[in-house]
Structure formats: C-alpha cells, structure tokens
Design a binder for this molecule. Structure first.
Ligand SMILES: C[S@@+](CC[C@H](N)C(=O)[O-])C[C@H]1O[C@@H](n2cnc3c(N)ncnc32)[C@H](O)[C@@H]1O
Length: 303
C-alpha cells in the first residue's frame, strides 16, 4: 500500500475493535476486510481472500473514499462482507455472491476438495463422468468440480430460483456456462429422467443441516442476510440429509460416489445411517483441522 499509508492506517483504526468476526469466515480479518472494501470502493470488487493476495491497492480518490466510508459503516453495522463486495472466494475461484444464496464457507472446501480428488480418479477410468450437485446455492461446488476435473459433465440444482440464477451467472463469469447446467427444483426431482437414473458417477450435496430451533438463534449477520432455506434442516436438522440417503441410490451408477457435508456432531451418526441403508460400501468420514468429521463419502454398492 505504498503511498497510501496515511489513509490506510486511518481506515484500519476505524475497523479495529469495531468488527465482530464469525468463526465460519476465518478468511475475514481487519486487513482482508479493509483491502476488499477499498478495492470495491475503487470499482474493482474482490473477495477477502483475493484482496489478501494483491501486491498493491488502487489509488483512493475523494469519491472512492466517500464510498469506502459508506461500505465500512455498513460492514460495522453487520452487513456481510461478501454482500458489500458481491464477491466470495471458493477453492481459488472468485465467485459472485449476494442475498440470493448462501455465502460459500471455507469449511465447505473440505467437501469440494474431497469430491474433486475422487472425481479425478473416476475421470481417469470413465469418459465424461456425470455429476449432480444438489442444493447447489451459488454453484460453488459444481463449478469447482467442473473447473478442476477435465471432462466431467456437471449439473447443479436448487429449490431456490434466485440461487440458480446466481449460479448461472457464476458459470458465465468463469466461462463454464457450456460445461455446467443448473436447474431449479425440489432436491433430485429435476433429474427424474432416463438420462440420470442409474447413470450418475457422483452426487455432491451441502444441504441445510441446522435444526429449526438453532436457526432461530443464529447470529444476526447470518440470519438477517442469508436465506433461511439454506440453513433450516427441520426439527432435528437432518431432514435433507435423510432424503439424500433415500433418494441418491436410484441415480448413482454402481460404484458411483455420494459425498456430502454434515454439521459438527452429525458425522458419525450420518455415516452409520448411510451404512444401514445397505446401498453403500466404503463409507468414510473426512475431518476438519480440529478432527471433527464434516464430510461423509460412500460408494454405491455393486449389488
Ligand atoms: C447450505 S446451502 C449450500 C449452498 C452451496 N452448495 C454451498 O455450499 O455454499 C443449502 C442449499 O440447499 C437449498 N435447498 C434447501 N432445500 C432444498 C430442496 N428441498 N431442494 C433443493 N435445494 C434445497 C437452499 O436453497 C441452499 O441453496
């Protein structure tokens, strides 16, 4: 920030102590917040993650500084950073973000990375493997898979037409509109056709998995700005997870993979439930850095 030290320090001081950082957005700090708001004010919106990697910041003219003051104020009042910048980074992809869909979380990169590794192995053996990302939101997982695994044919779907519209715009932004198709509908209903039944190599899903009671007491920065549909998993939080175990087997080819995210504390129970369906083998969990299982993977049994 050479030459801009005075103004940078001024705004840094304004933010210090005025911001509350949520644990599910570990990439947000005073530095990444100020850098991304600064760039946004100058007409070059970037995510917190991308802002940290920039070697210089644009010059801040008086008009841009007025804009920065307004952005800082809105952030201090609790508006999510990704809604102010309109950007969120996911596995290195710079995506558009807004109130149409959940802001992709860093923790979901565990699911996307795990799915990517498995899909790369599948793609080495199967031509153009078919993938469905159900509950796709802004399309982050579907797009990460399509961008990183050559040849994969990726579909995403969501009950929210607003989320699907944002996902489509993200596909265009990344130049992936021809490779990833997004559909609107309830869970796997948009794929109830012969093309998909028994032919899908991988289903990924980051469903709503928070109990309705917990949704009521979520931090205002989340509940006040992000869609409730993205969080509310019913009275026990597992309504969509249970549907996934029941509905996914019909779509998966034998040997195909189911990969899904679970809430902290749900991993062991959900892995057991997957085993008990009798439709899967190789059931495993993947843990986060603290050792908490956050992803379940399972292979569609041959029989
Ligand atoms: C936790 S968010 C995940 C969004 C995105 N995949 C991500 O990882 O950031 C859950 C998503 O499920 C969608 N959803 C909720 N109920 C659904 C249903 N019955 N059928 C399809 N999608 C649903 C919500 O609209 C929301 O986009």
């Amino acid at each position: 920030v050479k030459g801009l030290e005075g103004r940078y320090e001024y705004w840094e001081k304004k933010l210090q102590g005025a911001l509350l950082f949520l644990p599910d957005k570990p990439e947000e700090t005073v530095e990444s917040t100020l850098r991304s708001l600064w760039c946004t004010a100058c007409g070059h919106p970037v995510s917190a993650q991308k802002a940290l990697g920039l070697t210089s910041l644009p010059a801040l003219d008086p008009l841009a500084e007025e804009k920065l003051a307004s952005l800082v104020e809105q952030r201090v009042q609790g508006k999510p950073l990704a809604h102010l910048t309109g950007r969120q980074s996911f596995l290195g992809l710079e995506l558009m973000s807004g109130d149409q869909a959940l802001i992709p979380r860093k923790e979901t990169e565990i699911l996307a990375r795990t799915a990517m590794e498995i899909l790369a192995r599948v793609a080495a053996e199967v031509d153009h493997p078919l993938v469905i990302d159900v509950c796709t939101g802004c399309g982050n997982i579907a797009l990460a898979l399509a961008c990183n695994v050559q040849g994969a044919r990726v579909f995403g779907c969501d009950l929210s037409a607003d989320a699907v519209s944002l996902a489509g715009r993200n596909a265009e932004l990344l130049g992936m509109a021809g490779r990833v198709v997004f559909r609107t509908g309830d869970f796997l209903a948009p794929f109830e056709t012969g093309d998909f039944l028994g032919t899908v190599s991988m289903i990924t899903c980051n469903p709503p998995y928070i109990s309705s009671a917990k949704v009521e007491v979520m931090d205002k920065e989340i509940s006040g700005f992000e869609p409730r549909l993205a969080f509310d998993g019913g009275p026990l939080g597992v309504r969509l997870l249970v549907r996934l175990l029941t509905e996914a087997p019909r779509f998966l080819v034998h040997g195909g993979w189911l990969c899904f995210e679970v809430g902290a504390g749900q991993g062991a129970v959900m892995a057991k439930r997957v085993e008990r369906t009798g439709h899967f083998d190789s059931v495993q969990t993947v843990a986060d850095a603290s050792g908490t299982p956050r992803v379940v993977i399972a292979r569609r049994a041959q029989t």
